[in-house]
Design a protein around this ligand. Structure first.
Ligand code: 1PR
Length: 549
């Protein structure tokens, strides 16, 4: 197999990039010191997280000059995400740290007055004719009718003609009313803001074109303008609740309001299939992300036995969309060695095994309670803070398990209540949402808005908003809950719990400003596919990503 060199200087999910490179027929050799750079013919600079952190590390390790030389020598160079940002002159994210200045311009933070930030999901990399190419020409395999996975808060905003004047070809994407640079190429250089290794077949095509040196190709058919609509697509996530069954096998299960056992006396844990093959099935149905939740993680297990590690290793070698892992991300006491393993170390194991994001549940509730007990000051020591500092906010999801608490009158509670059209068991017209921990077994006195605002302040990049009352009911998402959380925070929110048919996805996107929606039971039971959900959304005029072979 031909070789590509990858720079080993950043934290993050490098395994997926390696898997994707191998998938398109190349093998990876690591660059572990600046002296190694001269050995590279084709070089890829990955990067996730914080611009200043990455560039400082990059600088301190002495990589800047060797990289400049590699580029100046005309050897193939590709940068991904922060690897793109590094080539610009600088970024608003940390103005005191300079970029390499190979490409003119600076990065700015997305405007969050009308949209969630970070920008997470599938968007375009459109090389339309106004960006210097003919309509039937494809730059490194990018197509105007394909979608690519982005996750970032800072971007190079597109200024028509500016980069083109300097000889660069530009692919753009649009988020809200901001048009930004999705990819830039000139001569031997290609840099992408999106993650090709997480962008399904469309991304693998870009990676292969770069490695094969296919800078420009001619498309067999010019894409129909109706299929080239720019903008972020509606993100559909398949969620797999995983636990060991009574025989000790890891299975995908699914509860009704978090009860995962069959209904009869002494009943077994519901077994709906094997995690890796189910993840693969949803990938092929067009799922935009796959989430694994280890739902019995509150039981202490030795770290090396964390069952999800192997699942992630296997899934990430065939599923080329983002993978999230939840359950047990916290400071952990290893019962075998009796030592405490910090949450950051636990998360690192997951990232190294192929996770793109970790999802934190119970530990986030404890952290938020401490935050309020300390007059809303950050300790810098919570799992959310330490992981987001090392891997970037986009890598940290907080999974919230709220339950409705009904009251007759708002004066009965200090929590913010909503008036609900769905009264409680005794006709109560008001409710608030209490956060629970340990899979709903313990209810805290923290409400969902308190939790979400606290974890946003700590550096969480996204909320996975479950609802125990709705889980497994097939009655649709809790729109009231979703609206109230969306109004309180700026980071993206994933609606979860209650999806029973494709119409429920349409409803949640029509009736709220939610950023993504997740389904479990209806997919696992084979009642509907992810593809059918997307067909319904598309019929309704909503933008979705289509699966490409
Ligand atoms: O607390 O950090 O160790 O994380 C534990 C994780 O496991 C949390 O994310 C928590 O939500 C999850 N969890 C714990 N117990 C259960 C359970 O079901 N007994 N599952 C559980 C949560 C909820 C959703 C579900 C949606 C959609 N599952 O993930 O997939 O409600 O279901 P539906 O579409 O079928 O209605 P920690």
């Amino acid at each position: 197999m031909p070789t590509v060199h990858l720079l080993d200087y950043v934290a993050g999910n490098i395994r997926s990039l390696v898997n994707a490179i191998e998938k398109v027929g190349y093998q990876v050799e690591w660059i572990k010191s600046p002296e190694d750079v001269q050995k590279a013919e084709k070089l890829i600079l990955p990067g996730v997280g914080h611009f200043g952190h990455c560039l400082t590390q990059f600088n301190n390790s002495g990589y800047v000059e060797p990289i400049r030389k590699h580029i100046a020598a005309g050897k193939p160079f590709m940068g991904v995400c922060v690897g793109l940002q590094a080539l610009f002159e600088g970024s608003e994210e940390n103005s005191s740290v300079p970029g390499l200045g190979v490409i003119p311009g600076r990065l700015e933070r997305f405007d969050d007055s009308d949209k969630s930030v970070p920008h997470i999901g599938w968007n375009s990399a459109n090389t339309a004719s106004e960006h210097g190419l003919n309509a039937n020409q494809s730059l490194y395999g990018m197509r105007p009718d394909s979608k690519y996975y982005y996750v970032h808060s800072y971007a190079k905003m597109y200024e028509p003609g500016v980069l083109e004047k300097a000889g660069w070809s530009v692919a753009t994407a649009r988020y809200g009313n901001q048009e930004f640079v999705g990819a830039v190429a000139r001569d031997n250089v290609l840099v992408t803001q999106f993650h090709p290794e997480k962008s399904g077949a469309a991304g693998l095509r870009v990676l292969k074109a770069f490695l094969d040196g296919d800078r420009l190709t001619t498309l067999q058919q010019t894409p129909e303008p109706s299929t080239t609509k720019e903008g972020l697509t509606r993100r559909i996530i398949a969620c797999l609740d995983v636990r060991t069954n009574d025989q000790g096998d890891l299975v995908v299960t699914k509860g009704d309001q978090y009860d995962v056992r069959e209904k009869e006396e002494g009943a077994a844990v519901r077994n709906l299939g094997k995690p890796v093959s189910m993840a693969q099935k949803y990938y092929e149905q067009g799922a935009d992300e796959v989430t694994f939740l280890n739902i019995t993680s509150f039981r202490e297990t030795p770290l090396k036995d964390q069952p999800m590690l192997e699942i992630l290793r296997q899934a990430s070698s065939t599923v080329f969309v983002p993978l999230t892992i939840g359950g047990g991300i916290r400071d952990t006491k290893d019962p075998e060695t009796n030592t405490v393993v910090p949450a950051l170390e636990v998360a690192t194991l997951y990232f190294k095994s192929g996770a793109d994001k970790v999802s934190i549940g119970s530990d986030a509730v404890t952290a938020a309670q401490e935050y309020y007990a300390n007059d809303s000051t950050l300790s810098g020591k919570t799992a959310i803070e330490t992981i987001s500092k090392a891997y970037g906010v986009q890598a940290v999801v907080v999974s919230v398990d709220p339950r409705r608490i009904y009251v007759k009158d708002p004066s009965e509670t200090s929590h913010a209540t909503i008036k609900t059209p769905y009264p409680g068991p005794n006709g109560e017209e008001y409710c608030w949402y209490a956060c629970t921990i340990h899979g709903g077994r313990t209810t805290s006195d923290l409400d969902v808005i308190q939790l979400c605002t606290a974890v946003e302040a700590m550096g969480c990049g996204e909320i996975l908003l479950n609802c125990i009352d709705k889980d497994g009911t097939n009655s649709g998402f809790d729109l009231e809950l979703i609206r109230s959380v969306k109004n309180a925070i700026k980071i993206p929110v994933i609606a979860s719990s209650g999806a029973g048919n494709p119409g429920h996805f349409k409803e949640v996107f029509d009736e709220t400003t939610v950023d993504a929606a997740l389904g479990a039971g209806m997919f696992h039971r084979g009642e509907y596919t992810v593809r059918q959900v997307k067909e319904v959304l598309e019929k309704d005029g909503l933008l979705v990503r289509k699966f490409e072979d």
